[in-house]
Design a protein around this ligand. Structure first.
Ligand SMILES: *Cc1c(COP(=O)(O)O)cnc(C)c1O
Length: 380
C-alpha cells in the first residue's frame, strides 16, 4: 500500500520556526496561557490581516462563542446562521441559549445567499447577529451581506475558520464584519494543533473578550467575579506554533492554489465533474479543492475508489437544516446546500502533496467516472 494521502494535515515549516518559539517559551518558563508568544501572535496575526486587535483562544469554536457574547447575544435572541457549514458554527448560538435560524447558500458562492437573508429579516426584523461562513476558502458575497445586515441593524460575524489567506476585493476574509474568527485546528491552512482567534477593529470589545476568556476576574486584590467567565485562553506553547506557522501562510496558500489548478487541468474536461465557483472579486486560499458530480457517478463512488488506494476524501458539509439536532429550527432554503451535499466531494488538498500525487488522485477519479458511464452503456 502506498503512503496515505490526507485531506489536509498539519504542515510545519521546513525552517522549524515553530520549535524556535516553543523553545523560547521553555527557556523563559512561560508554560501557561500568558507570555510573549501569546502577545506577539495576537499582534502578528492582527497585522497580517490588517485589523486593530485579536484575542487568541483555545479553538475556533470558542472564538465564535466570544463573538456572540461580544455582540450581546443572549437568551431568547435569534441569530441567523449559514446552513451549509460545520456544526461548530451553530453550536455556540445554543451555548448562549439563543435560537438559530438557518439560511441557505447561493450557488454562485456556495455561501450565504443575500436574497434569502433579506427574506429572513422580513420575518425576523429584530435579529441581533448573523454568522456568515467562508467555506473551503471561498468568500461569501460579503458586501451584499453586510449591506443587508446594516439595513436591519444586525452585527455581522464572519466564520473565516477555513479562509485565513482569502481576500474579497483585496481585503482579507474575516475583516469585513464587526467580528471575525479563524481556526488553527490541525486540518486548517495553518495550525497550532488546536486553537482559534477572534479579531475586530473594536479594541474595547476584544479586551472584553480576553477578560471573559480568562474567567472574568475583576480587577480586585482577591478573586472576585461580576460576570460569567470561561477558560478559553490560548497557551503560550501553542501560540509559539502559531507564530511559526504564520511565517509560511503565504507559501501554504500558493501550494493550495497550485493543487487546485493541477486538479482543474486533470479533471476540467470531464463532463460529469464540476468545480467550486470562480468569482473575479474572490481570491480564495483554496483550503480544500472541491468538485461536484453529475450524471451517473456519485460522491460515494469517488470516495470509496480513493479510499481503496489509501487516499482520504470527504463529503461536502451536511447542512445544518438536515441535521437531526438542528432540523427543529426555522430555515430559509432554495435547495442549493442540499444539492451541494448530495453532489460534492472534498478532494485531498494536503500541502505536502506533489504534482504526481495530484495526478494519481485525478487518474482514479477519471477511471471511476468512465467506468460508471460504461456500466450504464452495457445496461442500456
Ligand atoms: C474548523 C471550523 C470551525 C471550528 O474551529 P475549531 O478550531 O475546530 O473549534 C468552525 N467553523 C468552520 C466552518 C470550521 O471549518
Amino acid at each position: 500500500m502506498e503512503k496515505r494521502i490526507y485531506l489536509s494535515s498539519p504542515h510545519m515549516s521546513d525552517e522549524n520556526y515553530e520549535l524556535h518559539y516553543i523553545q523560547d517559551a521553555f527557556n523563559k518558563n512561560w508554560i501557561t496561557t500568558a507570555g510573549e508568544n501569546v502577545n506577539e501572535f495576537e499582534k502578528e496575526l492582527a497585522h497580517s490581516v490588517n485589523v486593530k486587535s485579536a484575542a487568541v483562544v483555545s479553538s475556533g469554536t470558542a472564538a465564535i462563542h466570544l463573538a456572540l457574547l461580544a455582540a450581546g447575544v443572549g437568551e431568547g435572541d435569534i441569530v441567523f446562521c449559514q446552513s451549509l457549514t460545520f456544526a461548530a458554527t451553530a453550536n455556540p448560538i445554543l451555548y448562549q441559549r439563543a435560537t438559530p435560524v438557518f439560511i441557505d447558500s447561493d450557488a454562485a458562492t456556495w455561501n450565504m445567499c443575500p436574497k434569502l437573508l433579506e427574506e429572513a429579516f422580513l420575518r425576523y426584523p429584530n435579529v441581533k447577529a448573523v454568522i456568515v461562513v467562508h467555506l473551503y476558502g471561498l468568500s461569501a458575497d460579503i458586501d451584499e451581506i453586510t449591506r443587508v445586515c446594516t439595513k436591519y441593524g444586525a452585527v455581522v460575524i464572519e466564520d473565516a475558520a477555513e479562509s485565513l489567506g482569502t481576500t474579497y476585493k483585496g481585503q482579507p476574509s474575516g475583516t469585513h464584519g464587526k467580528y471575525g474568527i479563524y481556526s488553527f485546528n490541525g486540518n486548517k491552512i495553518i495550525t497550532t494543533s488546536g486553537g482559534g482567534v477572534l479579531i475586530s477593529n473594536d479594541e474595547e470589545r476584544i479586551e472584553k473578550a480576553k477578560f471573559w476568556s480568562t474567567q472574568s476576574k475583576d480587577p480586585a486584590l482577591f478573586y472576585q467575579h461580576s460576570e460569567l467567565g470561561f477558560n478559553y485562553r490560548m497557551s503560550n506553547i501553542t501560540a509559539g506554533i502559531g507564530r511559526g506557522q504564520l511565517k509560511v501562510l503565504d507559501e501554504r496558500v500558493a501550494k493550495k492554489r497550485a493543487i487546485y489548478e493541477w486538479y482543474k487541468r486533470e479533471l476540467g474536461e470531464l463532463e460529469d465533474i464540476g468545480f467550486m465557483p470562480d468569482n473575479d472579486w474572490n481570491a480564495p486560499n483554496y483550503w480544500l479543492s472541491c468538485i461536484t458530480c453529475s450524471g451517473k457517478v456519485r460522491p460515494i463512488d469517488i470516495i470509496e475508489a480513493l479510499e481503496a488506494e489509501n487516499i482520504e476524501s470527504r463529503f461536502i458539509w451536511k447542512p445544518m437544516h438536515l441535521q437531526p439536532f438542528f432540523e427543529r429550527y426555522d430555515y430559509f432554503g432554495n435547495g442549493t446546500s442540499d444539492q451541494l451535499f448530495e453532489d460534492g466531494v472534498c478532494l485531498p488538498s494536503d500541502t505536502k502533496m506533489t504534482e504526481a500525487d495530484v495526478e494519481r488522485v485525478a487518474a482514479i477519479i477519471r477511471r471511476t467516472v468512465i467506468s460508471k458511464n460504461e456500466k450504464l452503456k452495457l445496461i442500456s
